[in-house]
Design a protein around this ligand. Structure first.
Ligand code: COS
Length: 387
């Protein structure tokens, strides 16, 4: 489908595709197998200016937006969902600074993030605060000109590899979600450590670790926005980032369709390529249709965000929800089309199926996305009835 991309957007898409095919695809299985962090790819993406796409030009970025981030993430994910999330995870960690940073914080942190010299990560989840993000137990207590952080964040993408961390902690637990505050932390701060690297089912190229704070002293200048706004900072960050998870899912699904189509065309059974059988054709047709529908939604939502829309929680959740469910379905069908070969690690589709699964879980499970969507629908109805 033609999405009428500008010349610049086409260039970003083409370059991301080229990097994905020439640089990412050849090393995807290696990083999946070893779990080694793909620094060599991060360097290529940094040199190509990809980390600056979603950062304003006055801070060294390209001044584009979520849509361009989505275009890049989609193409990279076609080759490897794990490597793509190392890139997209840095955007997630950077969004709180872009959205809520003071001028001084932006000037201090964004240039190195835009150039890709430093990666970012976002710390919200804890062992007892997953879907129920407001139940977080990490505390930040004011002490003179600093806050003292104590607690552990869990399953943090880019944990240990990133240098900049945007972290949410409770400054007043009695106030619940209104008692959370967001901070910018740097790797190497005293009292800030990392847990072991997690051994995951998929997206194995990415690093997932705990962030451990033990009397970690953070200067008060590193508070984002204001005390008590941390939950809103986190929610707005997720609203901004969820189309990116959608793009990751979309790219994985497209990659699986690419593989399934070419395999179906070359695999001969009963004397004919299996692509000549209607059973396979209908699967391919459904996969392609679902992918295009997900793409149309993700592109529309990201353009809406970039156009300055004020309310997009609902559609952002829809984009993530739909694309990740499509990715799970499409990658499962791709394995089916490959038959026994699809189950073997010698072929790429089993990895795509493993990589797809997380997109239904992280940045809010799809059950939470449905809660967000339904909640907004009901509120919209109530407010329409009032007027
Ligand atoms: N933007 C701005 N503010 C928001 C918001 C949003 N998208 N969503 C909620 N808020 C505000 C609410 O308006 C409310 O503010 P007030 O106290 O001023 O009224 C406050 O936040 C609490 O909202 P709510 O009562 O809806 O919060 P809940 O504790 O019920 O939780 C869910 C809401 C479940 C939606 C939230 O916890 C969530 O998104 N969980 C999933 C977290 C997640 O994605 N984790 C993945 C890890 S990060 S990679």
């Amino acid at each position: 489908m033609d999405y009428f991309l500008t010349e610049e957007q086409k260039m970003i898409q083409d370059l991301a595709w080229q990097i994905a095919q020439e640089k990412v695809k050849p090393v995807a299985a290696h990083h999946d197998e070893t779990g080694e962090f793909p620094w060599e790819i991060m360097k290529i993406l940094a040199d190509a200016g990809f980390f600056g796409l979603y950062i304003e030009d006055e801070y060294g970025g390209a001044g584009c937006g979520v849509f361009e981030l989505v275009l890049a993430t989609e193409q990279l994910s076609r080759a490897c969902g794990g490597i793509a999330v190392c890139y997209a995870g840095s955007a997630l960690g950077t969004f709180p600074i872009i959205l809520f940073g003071s001028e001084k914080q932006k000037e201090h942190y964004l240039p190195d993030l835009a150039s890709g010299k430093k990666l970012a990560a976002f710390g919200l989840t804890e062992a007892n605060a997953g879907s129920d993000a407001a139940a977080m137990e990490t505390t930040a207590v004011r002490d003179g000109d600093s806050y003292i952080l104590n607690g552990t964040k869990q399953w943090i993408t880019n944990g240990g590899e990133a240098e900049i961390y945007t972290v949410v902690a409770m400054t007043d637990r009695a106030k619940g979600s209104r008692g959370a505050s967001a901070f910018i932390l740097e790797r190497g701060m005293e009292g800030f450590d990392f847990g072991k690297k997690e051994n995951k089912m998929g997206i194995r190229a990415s690093a997932t670790r705990e962030l451990v704070f033990q009397d970690c002293r953070v200067p008060k200048e590193n508070l984002l926005d204001r005390e008590g706004s941390g939950f809103a900072v986190a929610m707005k960050t997720l609203d901004q980032a969820r189309p990116g998870v959608g793009a990751q899912a979309l790219g994985i699904a497209q990659g699986a369709l690419d593989e399934a189509l070419s395999y179906a065309h070359s695999r001969v059974q009963f004397g004919k390529p299996i692509s000549s059988f209607q059973a396979i054709q209908h699967m391919l047709a459904d996969m392609a249709t679902q992918i295009e529908a997900a793409r149309a939604l993700i592109y529309a939502v990201s353009k809406m965000i970039d156009s300055g829309a004020k309310r997009f929680s609902k559609v952002s959740a829809m984009a993530k929800l739909m694309a990740s469910d499509v990715a799970m379905k499409v990658t499962t069908d791709a394995v089916q089309i490959f038959g026994g070969y699809g189950y073997m690690k010698d072929y790429p589709v089993e990895k795509m199926m493993r990589d797809a699964k997380i997109t239904q879980i992280y940045e809010g499970t799809n059950q939470i996305q449905r809660n967000v969507i339904a909640g907004k629908l009901i509120r919209e109805l109530a407010s329409a009835q009032k007027t």
